[in-house]
Design a protein around this ligand. Structure first.
Ligand code: C5P
Length: 236
């Protein structure tokens, strides 16, 4: 499948049209940003790693009954996906307190939550992706009740599947972000699932294996990305 004109360029990925109007190519860049674009940098070969990890994790959640936009990984940096009308929402799942939740409520990182929290933010860089409630989403007509129910069910399946998968590999899935969109009227999981969008801690040492190494200047960023890629994808 050949790349057509550029459709959209985001912080970490570029979307290209293809000859098929229902399919687009998602190109993974090495660019990394944090804190709503205030910190910028490059993580060498991040695009290659994130493409591989996202493909493997999309396949895993598909096996658990979650429909995703993945068609196939085309090469190192390109994934063929179904074209989505993305909902303007970031769906964040938290199993332990970390990041924004720790800051927002003045809590220690690492507290195990009695039950997972699913929160929504309005995807808008200029506003800093503010927290939004389901009531707002329904009132604004951004999604229907049926779509929200489906999306929450899919999110819970993703959390259960990936929490178990990483636990068996010796890692804690602390939190992650998902994005959903409509394809021919059907809600599909889109975007990516990788170390840019998840917090993963090594169980024994609580070592951070994700983008927090970049955000917090912890060093060993590439090593952590490569190590998790080998664990998730094997030596394919
Ligand atoms: O920053 P915060 O604590 O809200 O992030 C929760 C989870 O969602 C983290 O795993 C983070 O990597 C992910 N996230 C993301 N994109 C955003 C905001 C959060 O992937 N814009």
């Amino acid at each position: 499948m050949e790349k057509g004109p550029k459709l959209y360029e985001g912080k970490a990925k570029i979307l290209y049209e293809t000859e098929n109007p229902d399919l687009v190519i998602q190109y993974f860049k090495d660019d990394a940003t944090a804190f709503n674009n205030q910190k910028r940098g490059t993580i060498i070969n991040k695009g290659i790693v994130n493409n591989k990890v996202s493909t493997a994790l999309f396949r895993k959640v598909e096996e658990a009954g979650v429909k995703t936009h993945l068609v196939e990984r085309l090469n190192d940096r390109e994934m063929l996906v179904k074209r989505l009308e993305i909902l303007p929402l970031e769906v964040i799942v938290r199993n332990l307190v970390a990041g924004t939740m720790a800051r927002r409520y003045g809590l220690e990182e690492g507290i195990l939550l009695k039950q997972p929290v699913i929160e929504f933010s309005y995807k808008n860089d200029a506003l800093g992706d503010p927290l939004i409630t389901i009531a707002h989403v329904l009132a604004l007509g951004w999604a229907t009740k049926e779509e929200i129910d489906l999306l929450i069910d899919a999110t819970e399946k993703v959390n259960a599947t990936l929490t178990k998968f990483f636990d068996e590999k010796g890692f804690i899935l602390v939190d992650f972000k998902l994005e959903f969109g409509r394809h021919k009227g059907e809600i599909l999981l889109g975007d990516e699932i990788c170390q840019d969008t998840m917090r993963l801690w090594e169980k024994e040492t609580l070592k951070k294996m994700d983008k927090d190494r970049f955000r917090r200047d912890l060093g060993g960023v590439e090593d952590a990305y490569n190590e998790m890629c080998a664990i998730v994808c094997g030596t394919e």
